[in-house]
Write a protein that binds this ligand. Structure first.
Ligand SMILES: Cc1cc2nc3c(=O)[nH]c(=O)nc-3n(C[C@H](O)[C@H](O)[C@H](O)COP(=O)(O)OP(=O)(O)OC[C@H]3O[C@@H](n4cnc5c(N)ncnc54)[C@H](O)[C@@H]3O)c2cc1C
Length: 371
């Protein structure tokens, strides 16, 4: 068993970025991912330009896919009232299918080792040996001096770690379609409906991502996804028009449930949590991916700077709190404004009548571009 290699659990954006930076700077890195690239996952696929310069600098910007350039935000209320504001920073649109696969290949180029189609089932810290002891669902045992948990918003292993956030059940489900539609390329739109909100923006190949955060109760009441969409989402005329004008590219959408925005911690059971595993910002802010990338970078920086686990944990926790704590809190507060008829109407009015205030709100959930 190699006792020196850093183990990363999960190969989404946070895990891939941390793996890439660590391996590039000479560390031995093993990344364990339960699926096999490329694969689709539920995500709105709008990436804030906060991370653009960093990705370009590291040669990780996926320009080969010609991502959509997005610079305008459109918001509709439950009743269909509409407003639009330019986005100061903006972002780009690319499918996770291609982006994650692209980063996986970049990681291989710098020597990251991968165990795919493998899940970490248990993880324990053996203080006497200063080592983590991990086991996979295939019965393999691994040891590692540092473990990064990059396994996303919810994983079976959270139960093993007895993470407190699991005590609260979440009412949210996430659903993603890829569609073809004639619509402006430069707009990311957020359409509210009673009980949820739906985002739409272009990704590569002229396709559009249509992704929404919905309600488990509505799905149960309607019986299935198409019936739920007709019964609840279509009450917003913009959503109805999108569905009626679109060609749906997949037989079935990607679906996830139990999406929790509960407060978590950047270090738990000695494990360094990155990306959504440390805490998830509500999707309407449109920067969970930027935070995942940034937190992967912060964790890699701390590991490269310190030899001792405690020092790494302290530096990472401080940086995580500095960059993300209040943004996640504001995201949770803003989320409460959405999906309710009156309040979403108010939000549209704010956007229309006071773009300055709207911009301030957007800034509260976004960070400065990272280098
Ligand atoms: C409905 C919805 C819409 C969204 N829209 C946007 C958007 O438009 N813009 C944006 O910036 N963000 C958006 N987000 C948020 C964004 O998707 C996440 O913040 C981001 O993907 C987090 O990256 P991550 O690396 O933490 O985790 P993930 O990308 O979720 O990756 C985690 C990986 O870990 C693997 N894994 C899990 N458990 C194990 C295990 N035990 N062993 C091994 N592997 C494991 C999984 O297979 C997965 O590949 C959205 C989220 C939702 C739910």
């Amino acid at each position: 068993m190699n006792q020196n290699q850093i183990t990363i659990i999960g190969g989404g954006l946070s895990g891939l970025i941390a793996a890439y930076l660590l391996a590039k700077h000479g560390k031995e890195v093993l990344l364990i991912e339960k699926k096999s690239y490329p694969f689709h996952r539920v995500c709105g696929e709008y990436i804030s330009n906060e991370v653009r310069d960093f990705l370009i600098k590291e040669n990780l910007f996926p320009s080969c896919f010609n991502p959509a350039e997005i610079n305008t935000f459109r918001l509709s209320a439950v009743n269909g009232a509409l407003a639009e504001v330019p986005l100061d920073l903006g972002g780009f649109g690319i499918s996770r299918y291609n982006f994650d696969h692209f980063l996986y290949q970049k990681c291989q180029e710098v020597g990251v080792k991968f165990l795919l189609k493998t899940q970490i089932a248990t993880i324990d810290y053996i203080a006497k040996k200063k080592l983590f002891d991990l086991s996979t669902n295939h019965g393999e045992r691994l040891v590692s001096p540092i473990v990064l948990a990059a396994y996303g918003k919810r994983s079976k292993i959270d139960k093993y770690l007895k993470r407190p956030y699991l005590k609260q059940r979440s009412p949210y489900i996430g659903i993603k379609h890829h569609i073809k539609i004639t619509q402006a390329d430069h707009i990311v739109a957020l359409h509210n409906y009673e009980g949820g909100y739906l985002g739409i923006n272009r990704v590569e190949n002229g396709h559009f991502n249509l992704c929404y955060l919905g309600s488990r109760t509505q799905l149960k009441a309607a019986g299935n996804i198409p019936a739920m969409e007709q019964q609840y989402l279509f009450k917003n005329p913009h959503i109805k028009a999108i569905y009626e004008g679109a060609e749906f590219l997949w037989e079935k959408p990607e679906v996830i449930n139990e999406i929790s925005f509960a407060t978590k911690s950047p270090v738990e059971n000695q494990v360094i949590m990155i990306g959504d595993a440390a805490g998830m910002i509500t999707p309407l802010c449109g920067n969970g991916m930027a935070i995942a990338i940034h937190s992967g970078k912060l964790a890699a920086n701390a590991i490269l700077k310190h030899k001792n686990l405690k020092a790494v944990q302290e530096e990472y926790t401080k940086a995580w709190n500095y960059f993300f704590y209040s943004r996640l809190r504001t995201g949770r507060a803003v989320q409460r404004l959405f999906g309710a008829p009156l309040v979403s109407k108010l939000a549209v009015n704010v956007l229309k009548k006071s773009p300055f205030l709207a911009k301030k709100l957007i800034l509260q959930t976004h960070g400065a571009p990272i280098k």
